[in-house]
Design a protein around this ligand. Structure first.
Ligand SMILES: [Mg+2]
Length: 126
């Protein structure tokens, strides 16, 4: 079993707060970053297998960030969560290595299922 750690990267703090609190209540250990660089820093220090990325971030966007993470972590489950689906299409997301794509406002139920499925898949593949 891998540790149930999740990283959330979103520049909107209330999104981080809502997702962070909800996932913590579900028993996950949650790390939060409000920009790409912070997210990469956390991933250098900790092995986090499941990652939710906002695509529209200041500085490095979520597409670039996903590419960077994928270079190092081929087996992580990385989800895009974005309100700007028109800027980046699903095919672009798949191309850079996102496992799936959710459009804001996203229901917590959907996030919970995504997190559970991710850990189920990771644990099955070990
Ligand atoms: Mg954003």
């Amino acid at each position: 079993m891998v540790e149930k750690k999740i990283l959330i990267v979103d520049d909107e703090e209330f999104i981080c707060d809502i997702l962070g609190e909800a996932l913590t209540n579900k028993g996950y250990e949650v790390r939060i970053a409000t920009n790409a660089e912070e997210g990469l820093d956390i991933l250098k220090k900790e092995d986090i297998p499941v990652i939710f990325l906002d695509l529209n971030l200041p500085g490095m966007n979520g597409i670039e960030l996903c590419k960077h993470i994928r270079e190092k972590k081929s087996r992580a489950v990385i989800y895009a969560v974005t309100g700007y689906s028109s800027l980046f299409g699903v095919s672009e997301c798949k191309k850079v290595g996102f496992n799936d794509f959710f459009t804001k406002p996203v229901k917590l139920k959907v996030i919970f299922k995504a997190a559970k499925d991710a850990f189920d898949n990771i644990n099955q593949s070990i």
